[in-house]
Ligand binder design. Structure first.
Ligand SMILES: C[S@@+](CC[C@H](N)C(=O)[O-])C[C@H]1O[C@@H](n2cnc3c(N)ncnc32)[C@H](O)[C@@H]1O
Length: 286
């Protein structure tokens, strides 16, 4: 990967001096409701882990054509298709294809806002990939020589009896040099040129909303591992939900020795969702 010369460009002005003080070091206090829910989710999480059930790769039925799109959606998708040479609907259902175009749109909008050169190759790691439904997006955007999605709850089962791992194997089947690893990123020790994190957990409510135990809320260990895995000129790309979450995540990144070079709020053009705040980081001493 070519070396990127960083230039600081914040389109979301939440520099440390502008942010409310975020107490990262205090022991979190949870309500009884949160603790009970966490216990409940922990039972299912450990059950899934022990069972490690698999029915084999799950492949979605391709939509082939996307329906009920507005003129703006069609125009934006046509541009993404042309520039990234993708046609997600030939591999997945309409709903997944729409989500994939949306993630590609977020990366594309952020990259042009930051005026980052579009480099390809290198090792890309994605943290907390769920079932890695967006693997094709990262592959199209970064054109990596190797890509890996790491998900701590990869054995979660769906109502149809397939697991996240089964879905992930289906999504990555046609992507060269791509793997999906079930495990905790805090224990994943491999060098990376690019690390991506889409909506990493930094506050308790999203953890519980994702039906996970609060024990997985460990931003310090996860962000520290990013800083250890990143190669000297490697990039960390983070997407958060809204400015408040982005500010908390930013405080953690700074604490573990990462430096932010750009951030921006990406508006939704393809599907309705809360505004995403994207930011890019490198090691402070790079
Ligand atoms: C908010 S979800 C986002 C999922 C996915 N990135 C997306 O955009 O659809 C966060 C994900 O991170 C996973 N996760 C949390 N902590 C993790 C860790 N330490 N290592 C790997 N995955 C983790 C969770 O299980 C969950 O699937």
């Amino acid at each position: 990967m070519p070396v990127i010369t960083p230039r600081i460009e914040h389109l979301v002005d939440d520099r440390p001096s502008k942010r409310p003080k975020i107490p990262l070091d205090t022991v979190p206090r949870y309500s009884w409701r949160q603790l009970l829910l966490s216990r409940y989710h922990a039972c299912w999480y450990h059950f899934g882990e022990r069972l490690a059930w698999s029915r084999g790769p799950y492949r979605e039925r391709p939509a082939e054509q996307l329906h009920n799109l507005s003129g703006i959606q069609q125009e934006r998708m046509a541009s993404l298709r042309r520039r990234f040479r993708v046609r997600f609907e030939q591999r997945v259902e309409q709903i997944t294809a729409l989500k994939q175009y949306d993630y590609l749109d977020i990366l594309d909008q952020a990259w042009s806002a930051w005026k980052l050169p579009h480099s390809t190759g290198g090792v890309v790691q994605d943290i907390g990939s769920s079932n890695f439904w967006y693997a094709a997006v990262l592959h199209a955007f970064f054109r990596p020589t190797k890509m890996v999605g790491i998900e701590v709850e990869g054995h979660r089962m769906y109502i149809n009896g397939y697991s996240r791992l089964d879905y992930a194997h289906g999504y990555i089947q046609d992507l060269p040099n791509t793997e999906f690893v079930v495990g905790d990123y805090a224990c994943y020790k491999r060098p990376a040129d690019v690390v991506t994190a889409w909506y990493p957990f930094v506050t308790p409510d999203p953890v519980l909303a994702w039906r996970m135990p609060l024990s997985v809320l460990a931003p310090r260990t996860v962000f520290s591992q990013i800083a250890r895995n990143l190669r000297p000129h490697g990039l960390f790309i983070m997407v958060n939900q809204g400015r408040e979450e982005a500010a908390i995540a930013a405080a953690w990144c700074e604490k573990v020795g990462l430096m932010r070079y750009g951030s921006c709020e990406v508006m939704a053009t393809l599907r309705s969702r809360l505004p995403a705040v994207a930011s890019w980081w490198m090691l402070s001493q790079a």
